[in-house]
Design a protein around this ligand. Structure first.
Ligand SMILES: NC(=O)c1ccc[n+]([C@@H]2O[C@H](COP(=O)([O-])OP(=O)(O)OC[C@H]3O[C@@H](n4cnc5c(N)ncnc54)[C@H](O)[C@@H]3O)[C@@H](O)[C@H]2O)c1
Length: 347
């Protein structure tokens, strides 16, 4: 299958590109190369004849039609987005433009291409979204596909809006769509502004390891390569117009996650004295910080037979090892604007 992937130079998009290429799919990677992108993430496939890169900004509607015409994809996997909640607090406008207007542009470009091609039923527009659209849980309960949307940050509100657009393009225009809403990912090539890489890299640098609030916010962690596997399965086997929640059933408080990571580092690269845990520092909480996310993955498990391949402990171990082995990759990204700074405090 020829898959047009947006955001394929980012964290999850590049995992999709690598996995899809390894399974024999042709890839057209469309990315604007924002601060969060890194083409090294797809270096292992970029020399292949079945890979093409298009430097394109999804905010630019006119730029999208020629890409569809040139490559004639069988499917779209739409991952391009502004993705960092803290940045959405300091500067929401990029989130509105890329996540909402950009998704609208992608839907219109896909609809135009699909209509001209005679509306093939086999075409797919797969929209990749987040569990954050459902808002925040208390101590009990889990997000199902029927949970009402209740986004609370500019990031999650922009993703929720994009999900509604995708559903509307299916209901109104018949565009063959599938959607997925996934929990927090971690793994190789995670941009060094997100919690897991911040913890590893600050620990190695001997810096404070910041924990927002009391560290009692709960997330449901999923290894990025398991997410990519679920995404390809939904693309190929998901029911038209359906959404699928994807999660690892690995709820951890932020503090538990950080302590696990630091225990792995203590084993793999012991400090001269003491433990990396001594560097943990509690800092002011993120404004509007959602308390708990938990995914009920029954639908994707029962309809499509998907399960994650690694436990969170195995995935974190692989991740720590990857950062230890790939210093050149992360060092090059640490000079990018905002990396290493506390963001999201302007509310
Ligand atoms: N990271 C997570 O834990 C998580 C969880 C669930 C869902 N998601 C969703 O998965 C998708 C990918 O997330 P990620 O963590 O890989 O993000 P990321 O920030 O690592 O990568 C985003 C990519 O999109 C590109 N991009 C941004 N704006 C663009 C534009 N206007 N035009 C074209 N390309 C643009 C960037 O250059 C980058 O390569 C997003 O839609 C996000 O909402 C992420």
């Amino acid at each position: 299958m020829k898959i047009l992937v947006t955001g394929g130079a980012g964290f999850i998009g590049s995992a999709v590109v690598r996995l899809a290429a390894s399974r024999g799919h042709e890839i057209v990677n469309c990315d604007a190369l924002t601060y969060a992108a890194c083409l090294d993430n797809v270096a292992e496939v970029s020399g292949s004849e079945s890979y093409a890169f298009e430097h394109v900004d999804i905010r630019d509607r006119a730029a999208l039609d020629p890409v569809f015409e040139r490559h004639k994809p069988d499917a779209v996997m739409h991952l391009a987005a502004e993705s960092h909640v803290d940045r959405s607090i300091d500067g929401p406008s990029d989130f509105i433009e890329t996540n909402i207007t950009g998704t609208f542009n992608m839907l219109e470009a896909a609809r135009s291409y699909w209509t001209k091609a005679g509306k093939p039923e086999t075409f797919r527009f797969h929209h990749i979204s987040t569990d954050e659209v459902y808002g925040s849980l208390g101590a009990e309960g889990m997000f199902t596909e029927e949970t009402p949307y209740d986004p609370r940050s500019p990031y999650s509100a922009s993703k929720a809006a994009s999900d509604h657009l995708v559903n509307a393009w299916h209901e109104t225009f018949g565009l063959p769509v599938v959607l997925t809403n996934c929990s927090n990912n971690y793994g190789p090539f995670h941009f060094p502004e997100k919690l897991v890489p911040v913890v590893i890299l600050n620990a190695l640098a001997g810096k404070d390891i910041p924990i927002y609030g009391k560290g009692d916010n709960i997330r449901d962690w999923l290894y990025v390569e398991d997410h990519a596997d679920a995404l390809l399965l939904v693309l190929e086997k998901g029911k038209l117009g359906h959404s699928y929640n994807i999660g690892g059933e690995n709820e951890r408080t932020n503090l538990q996650l950080v302590e696990t990571l630091l225990a792995i580092l203590d084993e793999k690269r012991p400090k001269a004295e003491g433990s990396y845990k001594d560097q943990i520092t509690f800092v002011a909480d993120r404004p509007g910080h959602d308390q708990r996310y938990a995914i009920d993955p029954t639908r994707i498990r029962e309809e499509l037979g998907w399960r994650p391949s690694v436990t969170v402990e195995e995935g974190l171990e692989k991740t720590v090892q990857w950062y230890l082995d790939n210093e050149t990759w992360w060092r090059a990204l640490q000079d990018r604007k905002g990396v290493g700074e506390r963001l999201g405090t302007k509310a």
